[in-house]
Design a protein around this ligand. Structure first.
Ligand code: FE2
Ligand code: FE2
Length: 317
């Protein structure tokens, strides 16, 4: 993996920035420029996550791999900024990063610094599946020109490595070896736990408007059928249903909310509130897989899972 990370580095100037964007309607131009403006900040959030992961990595090889991911995410942010400028042909207005994203970012960074590396990894794995399988692919189809396709092709190459390592880490956090490590680690004080919980709740509180504006909203615009969005969430649900993942506390927390949401009475009474608590759109909370799919997923290795996600991503292009 490290060899691949070093070999496949690229520069923003490897892309052909002289290409002319296809003709876009006023509304489409505004949406696209706004989206790339926001994407730059999302990529920097991914970067912040890898900074945390790299700080906590004990294995020097893994540390070096994660440090290469930090560089990748910064490069993606710069590409997104350049794409925003590239498509801003008519300068219809000034573009600013979405205010909900700006509010969410510091809470998110504070949360990942305080929560365990396991929870940070759960967030990055989920985020990268959503960004990769659903959002960037749909956005690229929506923009539909050579400039954007070229940029996404380079970004995709990096993201494929990220997903492979996300799943490798997920496997470790679900292993007996990690559970053993947890039992030997010194216990946190009550004050430290309280602080952790407060930061986590604050992050959850800001995650709803953030996800609505920078994920669900753009997805509705780029992929009105919702096909890619549901495909991505189905994969996330299937990973979460794997027995070794399902027993982890962070998975159990989201699972409890989902079960309550799908309860015939409680769901009807509190469904919207429950979805708001975890910051997700109610459309992605029903169980999106069949029992046969669950059985199959349970018997798959983490590596096969990562490969299948990447296959779906490329098949849907
Ligand atoms: Fe990225
Ligand atoms: Fe990434």
């Amino acid at each position: 993996m490290l060899k691949k990370c070093l070999r496949d580095q690229w520069s923003v100037d490897d892309l052909d920035w002289s290409l002319t964007p296809r003709r876009l309607s006023r509304d489409d131009e505004i949406s696209i420029v706004q989206y790339f403006t926001d994407m730059a900040s999302i990529e920097r959030l991914a970067k912040a996550l890898f900074v945390e992961q790299a700080k906590r990595a004990h294995d020097p090889l893994l540390k070096e791999i994660l440090e290469s991911f930090i560089e990748d995410e910064e490069r993606h942010a710069v590409v997104a900024e350049r794409l925003a400028k590239h498509y801003d042909r008519h300068q219809y207005r000034e573009y600013e990063t979405n205010p909900h994203l700006l509010r969410f970012a510091p809470c998110f960074i504070a949360a990942i610094q305080q929560v365990s590396a396991e929870v940070a990894n759960a967030y990055i794995t989920t985020g990268e599946i959503l960004l990769d399988v659903a959002l960037l692919r749909s956005l690229s189809d929506f923009v539909d020109d050579a400039m954007c396709d070229g940029a996404m092709e380079f970004i995709d190459r990096d993201e494929s490595r990220h997903i492979a390592v996300d799943f490798y880490m997920l496997e470790y956090y679900c292993s007996d070896q990690y559970r053993q490590h947890l039992t030997e680690a010194p216990r946190k004080t009550l004050i430290a736990r309280g602080k952790q919980l407060k930061t986590f709740v604050s992050m959850l509180y800001h995650s709803g408007p953030f996800a609505r504006d920078v994920f669900f909203g753009p997805m509705d615009m780029c992929d009105p059928s919702g096909k890619r969005m549901l495909q991505a969430f189905k994969r996330i649900q299937l990973v979460a249903a794997k027995p070794s993942v399902a027993r982890r506390p962070i998975t159990r927390f989201f699972r409890v909310i989902q079960v309550l949401f799908n309860h015939p009475i409680l769901g009807r009474l509190f469904g919207r509130l429950l979805a708001r608590v975890i910051g997700l759109d109610p459309r992605v909370l029903p169980e999106l897989y069949t029992q046969a799919e669950e059985r199959r997923a349970s018997s798959m290795s983490f590596d096969d899972f990562a490969k299948e996600i990447l296959a779906i991503k490329f098949a849907s292009s």
